[in-house]
Design a protein around this ligand. Structure first.
Ligand code: MOS
Length: 695
């Protein structure tokens, strides 16, 4: 007799890897210690532009435990690939301060660190330019913006519409450079043997690292194996391999031994990516009732000289609100700076800070409640693509959030509520994130001794992916989750897409589900009999994805904030943060809530604290550690909560889920800035909201 297990999806299953993590058995990249291991430490350029004239390897030769110094003159040649961030130590050119110009390898980490400190490098410096200015003569129009959106868009005649609008908001907002600071810094252990290259790497995509690194060493992908079962956070910084992965592999090749290379926290501020600073001009035209006639959103951003990274900052504005006239654009300048990369909701995060701040300014100018203003400008179809929405419950989030937050009866007058030494204010902002889905493969196997093993090269970067995939598999196999063993984080497993773009559950979950369905069919044909060698089925979702019908698919949310601003010091405290989300079916309420409030906390941090400060003279980010680059600490995070509304959307994927990894950060900073305006009457358009911007 068969008993069917109760569905696991929808229940708050504890993390299946929780015990490994809290008992220290989970092994992270840096904790791998192959025999004969050597330690590598990087030497970073101390000029912002120029050339390495000489590396004096003799200067460290006599240090104890020294094995090798590697620089552009003696480094193994890499195959030429387009990504100049990865073709390390191939030329004397220095493109930014902090770029790796040499690697020293030694018997111990201490020896290597000392050698890196003492190594004499002589430079021929050139004048540098590291300042992002919207009027920079080098501003150019990139061919497209990430991941592949049109650079500009235009509908109707926004200039004329603005000229005739009854109410106009015209404001410029800036967001600073921000650096990811996952608890686990980037780390790689590289090992060459007869089979090729093995990398223990902290990454959001073992399949991606394999595909990117193999060609650099002229290897077929099968000759590179990337192992990454546990990752201590990524936020996009580990979405693609950076220089240290190549350097570890290259050093291991050079010295003929396994090599371990970790970026220190300080090194991460130059070599593992960051969020570009932005300057954004937003113009909104509306009638007296707050109905938008025109939206113009222009973004100015920086990229590196060695690689273009074009953040899609204003793309979100193309689908957010209805307006007959609209223009969005992106302009970039190549500066002598490190290469920017994805950082949690790249594009939406800075873009929605500007748009949602401007919407608040419009609400004030029109004398309309900011929740109501957004509801009035709700589009019926995607304004840019002309497609129906698969589901769009922004209004339900705004209304539902307002009710739970206690928004009704809010006095719009700024700067009039006092509680003790604080001025009190509340603010709201919309949130959204696209629904991405990527092809993936998976396998499911019925084990002869009972139980199931499901394999996919997915990455659990702390999100709970392993747990949620276990739930999806358990339901498809009609067994309790305890009978499913989920293997992830290894490029030897069936190929999977990156843990990025909030696409993991949708992409990997579909592959897991299809593999399990295939296995169930096979078992059914055998009347449930598992052969002595076990029974396996596999799936590839590429075809299924191609047949998706065109619709506008996005998750939505509304962020509500209450702040207290100290009357004397200008110190801002976020007293309450509430997010209301509509993200399809929630598969695990516990891990989902953690993702959402985690994103909101990062948004709080962005609003008040995070800022990488560029020193124009030295051409480098100054505050390169957690003592100087402030992220929200427990004391900054008080009452942060998230909830979601039930959303049925049959046009997403078999699970009916939308991504939740990134939407939590989107809109949060605007909600807080809008609350600060309500508290103080001061409109802060430049993040972070520092004390000096309020007094
Ligand atoms: Mo996320 S920035 O797509 O890793």
């Amino acid at each position: 007799m068969t008993t069917v297990a109760a569905p696991s999806a929808g229940t708050a299953l504890d993390r299946v890897d929780g015990p490994e993590k809290v008992t220290g058995r989970a092994r992270y990249a840096y904790e791998n210690v192959p025999a004969d291991l050597a330690y590598a430490v990087v030497v970073q350029a101390t000029v912002s532009r120029g050339e390495v004239r000489a590396v004096d390897a003799d200067s460290v030769l006599q240090l104890p435990g020294m094995i090798a110094t590697i620089w552009h003159e003696n480094a193994p040649r890499l195959a030429p690939v387009e990504d100049a961030e990865l073709t390390v130590l191939q030329s004397p050119r220095v493109a930014y301060r902090g770029q790796v110009v040499a690697v020293v390898v030694a018997e111990t980490l201490e020896s290597a660190t000392e050698a890196a400190r003492l190594l004499r490098v002589d430079y021929r410096p050139e004048p540098h330019d590291v300042e992002l200015r919207p009027d920079h003569p080098g501003m150019y129009r990139p061919d497209h913006v990430n991941p592949n959106y049109a650079t500009d868009s235009e509908l109707g005649d926004p200039d004329t519409a603005l000229a005739f609008a009854s109410v106009v908001v015209d404001a410029t907002y800036t967001t600073p450079a921000q650096h990811h600071n996952p608890i686990e810094p980037h780390a790689t252990v590289a090992l060459w043997d007869a089979d090729g290259l093995t990398l223990y790497d902290a990454t959001q995509s073992t399949s991606g690292v394999r595909a990117t690194i193999a060609p650099l060493f002229a290897l077929p992908p099968e000759s590179v194996r990337v192992i990454s079962p546990y990752v201590g956070g990524g936020f996009g910084g580990k979405g693609a391999p950076h220089a240290q992965v190549v350097l570890a592999a290259l050093a291991a090749k050079q010295v003929g031994r396994p090599v371990k290379l970790a970026a220190t926290r300080r090194q991460m501020f130059a070599v593992t990516g960051y969020r570009t600073p932005t300057v954004q001009r937003v113009r909104l035209g509306a009638d007296e009732d707050g109905k938008l006639s025109a939206i113009v959103h222009e973004a100015f951003e920086q990229t590196a000289t060695i690689k273009e990274f074009a953040e899609q900052t204003t793309v979100v504005t193309r689908m957010m609100y209805a307006a007959p006239h609209r223009r969005t654009s992106h302009r970039l300048v190549r500066l002598d700076v490190p290469v920017p990369t994805w950082m949690r909701a790249p594009g939406e995060t800075p873009g929605m800070f500007a748009l949602e701040s401007a919407m608040d300014e419009l609400a004030v100018a029109c004398g309309i409640d900011p929740v109501e203003l957004r509801v009035r400008n709700e589009p019926t179809i995607d304004p840019e693509r002309g497609l129906p929405f698969s589901s769009r419950n922004l209004v339900a989030c705004l209304r539902g959030g307002a009710e739970r937050f206690g928004w009704a009866g809010r006095d719009p007058e700024p700067g009039v509520r006092r509680r003790g030494r604080q001025l009190i204010g509340t603010g709201v902002a919309s949130s959204t994130y696209p629904v991405y889905r990527m092809p993936s493969q998976a396998s499911a196997r019925a084990e002869p001794g009972g139980g199931f093993t499901v394999r996919i090269a997915a990455a659990d970067i702390g999100t709970g992916a392993r747990t949620v995939l276990t739930q999806i598999a358990a339901d498809a196999l009609r067994v309790p989750p305890a009978q499913v063993r989920m293997e992830v984080g290894d490029s030897a497993l069936p190929r999977a897409s990156v843990a990025g773009g909030s696409s993991g559950t949708a992409s990997w979950g579909t592959a897991v589900l299809r593999a399990c369905e295939g296995l169930m069919d096979a078992l059914h044909r055998r009347a449930g009999d598992v052969p002595p060698g076990g029974l396996e089925a596999s799936a590839d979702t590429a075809e299924e994805l191609r047949s998706q019908r065109p619709l506008s698919r996005h998750a939505y949310g509304a962020q509500f904030a209450e702040v207290g601003v100290d009357l004397d010091t200008g110190e801002v405290r976020v007293l309450r943060l509430l997010g209301a989300f509509a993200a399809g079916r929630i598969i695990n309420p516990k891990t989902a809530r953690s993702q959402l409030i985690g994103g909101m906390t990062m948004g709080l941090s962005m609003a008040l604290l995070e800022e990488s400060v560029m020193d124009l003279e030295f051409g480098d980010y100054l505050n390169r550690d957690l003592a100087q680059y402030h992220v929200a600490a427990c004391a900054d995070v008080r009452d942060v909560d998230a909830f979601w509304i039930e959303e049925e959307d049959p046009d997403l994927n078999p699970m009916g889920s939308k991504g939740i990894g990134e939407i939590g950060i989107v809109g949060t900073a605007a909600a807080i800035a809008n609350a600060v305006y309500h508290a103080t009457g001061i409109r802060v358009r430049d993040l972070p909201i520092r004390l000096d911007r309020l007094i």
